[in-house]
Design a protein around this ligand. Structure first.
Ligand code: C2E
Ligand code: CA
Ligand code: CA
Ligand code: CA
Length: 283
């Protein structure tokens, strides 16, 4: 049967082929793209829920591809993770966004120091140069470690042993904040939080989405309230992602969340946009 119908079970799927070619094409194009400077960073403000002032910004990388246009991180970060290019790419993102944060601080005299959040992927966490690279970037820019927050996903830390946590502990001891990103999407063991060197919980967008219904599901509200209470009792700050309406922002503020991020405040954008926003606060 095998020889006779050699192709019988191969279902032709030109789209799958195209996807594979694109994936392959993108993957092989990554190193040159980094060298040619095709990546850029958009910044999305993080806002204090109490008074609406800008607390800092999250750096979100994009690729301006010569043929495909602007690609979002979901389209190439997994490829860069897979090939290891995420290490030099991540280093570039860190360097560039820390430099930008320092620039804002120098021009933002009385608004309090603007902070910068940078995403770290699992491969970067495992890379032995993480602490040295971060120290180097901070020293060269002059940004104080306390103004940097590294975001690691909850899933990257699930089951993490001491070896994996050690570099994060070292960074935390230097004053760098570590945020647990996408919190609530994994199999969170809340009791486990005490063991992790994190100082911020970023509640995943799925929680804020649950609040879009009117009235919001009371169980969703109870869950968020419970997480906030627990986080605060462990001295963790709570940031919420994906805030799209004023009503959500108000509700999250009432539930005790500290900072928020989302389209309601601003979409990710070029550095000038955030500069203008934070300058408006300072008035
Ligand atoms: P993330 O860290 O959870 O980042 C938040 C994502 O939510 C961003 O998508 C942001 O544009 C989007 N977002 C923000 N506010 C809203 C909102 O109100 N509503 C909705 N629907 N979406 C909102 P983006 O920029 O496409 O980034 C996707 C993911 O890519 C990030 O998720 C992060 O995990 C990863 N990523 C981005 N930049 C980097 C980077 O430099 N390094 C690494 N390792 N990963 C990165
Ligand atoms: Ca993030
Ligand atoms: Ca997130
Ligand atoms: Ca997310």
């Amino acid at each position: 049967a095998k020889s006779a119908g050699g192709n019988r079970f191969e279902i032709a799927d030109p789209e799958a082929d195209a996807r594979a070619i694109t994936r392959h094409g993108l993957t092989t194009a990554l190193p040159a793209a980094l060298e040619r400077g095709e990546f850029f960073i958009e910044y999305q403000p993080l806002v204090h829920l109490g008074d609406g002032t800008v607390h800092g910004a999250e750096a979100l990388v994009r690729w301006c591809h010569p043929q495909h246009g602007v690609l979002g991180p979901d389209q190439f970060i997994p490829l860069a993770e897979h090939t290891g290019l995420i290490v030099p790419l991540g280093r570039w993102v860190l360097q560039e966004s820390v430099r930008q944060a320092r620039y804002w601080q120098e021009r933002h005299s009385d608004g309090g120091p603007l902070r910068i959040n940078v995403n770290l992927s699992p491969t970067q966490l495992h890379h032995p140069g993480l602490v040295a690279d971060t120290v180097d970037v901070l020293e060269r820019s002059g940004l104080e470690p306390g103004a940097l927050c590294l975001e690691v996903t909850e899933s990257a830390l699930i089951g993490a042993n001491e070896d994996l946590l050690k570099p994060l502990r070292q960074l935390a001891e230097m004053g760098v904040d570590i945020a647990l990103d996408d919190f609530g999407t994994g199999y969170s063991n809340l009791a486990n939080l005490r063991r992790l060197p994190v100082s911020v919980l970023k509640l995943d967008r799925s929680f804020t989405q649950g609040m879009q219904r009117h009235p919001a599901d009371p169980v969703d509200l109870k869950i968020v309230e419970g997480i906030v209470t627990l986080a605060h009792s462990l001295e963790l700050a709570v940031t919420v992602e994906g805030v799209e309406t004023g009503a959500q922002a108000e509700q999250l503020r009432e539930l005790g969340c500290d900072t928020a991020q989302g389209w309601y405040y601003a979409r990710p954008g070029p550095p000038d946009k955030l500069h203008a926003l934070s300058m408006a606060d300072a008035v």
